[in-house]
Design a protein around this ligand. Structure first.
Ligand SMILES: Nc1ncnc2c1ncn2[C@@H]1O[C@H](COP(=O)(O)OP(=O)(O)OP(=O)(O)O)[C@@H](O)[C@H]1O
Ligand SMILES: [Mg+2]
Length: 319
């Protein structure tokens, strides 16, 4: 690694063995059995971004082949390999040399759900033609987009989003190794921004790491996210009839903090359920937010639209 260029933490801290994978316990247990028997079925990994699909596939290769995994593992991306023809050519080339240990080789095909139905039928034939040499791991976000004949040939593994404890635990461990000072609220703020996507969470931590002390405000800064407390206060002011102060807070968010209309309205939306008003009022606010968010995406002036939204919220507060 060249001096001065910092390694990307998601790669630096990507676990190499199955036992180091965070969460996904039910999946790891099933996989351990296959590895112990040194027999793998074709597999379908379904689930959201950044939760360990590629990492688990790489760990399987490491468990099976140790240091020699490179020659026995082929990673392809269905969306950028220009379609099924490239995939077939690459698999054919890869399957030409015999696998190590008399085992099989592993083909990991990312974004399999981006293939058209016809391409998936062709893929299914490729899987059958090379089944004596290759095991396929198909990864996708939505298993519903994978044709039934492929699903029925695969063991399906459903990856879930990682929970708060797992994400903040992982971030705290990285922070310790990188000698960062991060407070608990900052970790929580990273989690609420990234949700269960650990890749996103680690990336946010790395972006924030230029600061000596990482607080929740640093996190909102680097993610250009509006401070949730402030946004909730702004809505409450409007609901309670202090439209003028609410508007001042809006202008501060836009012109002092430099947030876009979309950033602000998104945070307003996530705060509605935390407001202390009756459910019908929450519903009315959500409906209005939906309407104004649409106007923003259509290119309307953000200040005018958000002020109008605050005015609408003030009216809802009077009911
Ligand atoms: N379950 C996990 N355990 C440990 N680290 C993880 C886990 N999930 C994600 N990570 C971290 O996030 C990075 C990205 O994870 P990975 O590439 O496995 O995501 P993915 O599920 O394949 O996402 P995508 O659908 O976007 O391809 C990893 O390099 C690792 O640092
Ligand atoms: Mg992946």
């Amino acid at each position: 690694m060249a001096e001065g260029i910092e390694e990307i933490w998601t790669e630096k801290y990507r676990p190499q063995r199955l036992k180091e994978i965070i969460g996904q316990q039910h999946i790891i247990e099933r996989l351990k059995h296959f590895i112990a028997k040194r027999s793998l079925p074709h597999m379908l990994f379904a689930g959201p971004a950044g939760v360990g699909k590629t990492t688990v596939a790489l760990a399987i290769a490491t468990e099976l082949y140790g240091d020699q995994w490179h020659g026995n593992f082929l990673e392809l991306n269905a969306s950028d390999e220009r379609g099924i023809d490239t995939i077939r050519v690459k698999v054919k080339e890869f399957a030409r040399t015999i696998p190590m240990n008399g085992l099989f080789k592993v083909v990991y095909l990312d974004e399999a759900d981006s293939l058209t139905k016809d391409a998936q039928h062709a893929l299914r034939r490729t899987m059958e033609n090379y089944a004596h040499i290759c095991r396929f791991i198909l990864a996708c976000n939505y298993s519903g987009k994978i044709i039934a004949p492929i699903q029925s040939r695969c063991a399906v593994f459903r990856f879930s989003s990682l929970n708060e404890k797992d994400v903040t635990g992982c971030l705290a461990a990285i922070a310790k190794k990188e000698k960062l000072s991060v407070d608990g609220n900052a970790l929580k703020a990273i989690f609420t921004t990234a949700e269960g996507d650990l890749r996103k969470a680690i990336n946010i931590l790395q972006m924030a790491s230029s600061e000596k002390k990482i607080t929740e405000n640093v996190v909102y800064d680097v993610t250009s996210r509006a401070d949730p407390e402030e946004v909730r206060k702004m809505i409450e002011l409007s609901l309670n009839g202090s439209f003028k102060s609410a508007r001042e807070m809006l202008l501060d968010l836009m012109y002092q903090k430099g947030l876009s209309g979309e950033d602000i309205i998104k945070e307003m939306h996530s705060q509605v359920m935390n407001l202390s008003v009756v459910d019908t009022q929450k519903m009315q606010i959500i409906e209005r937010i939906g309407e104004y968010e649409f106007r923003l995406t259509e290119g309307s002036n953000p200040q005018i639209q958000l002020e109008a939204l605050l005015a609408q919220i003030a009216l809802i507060g009077r009911r």
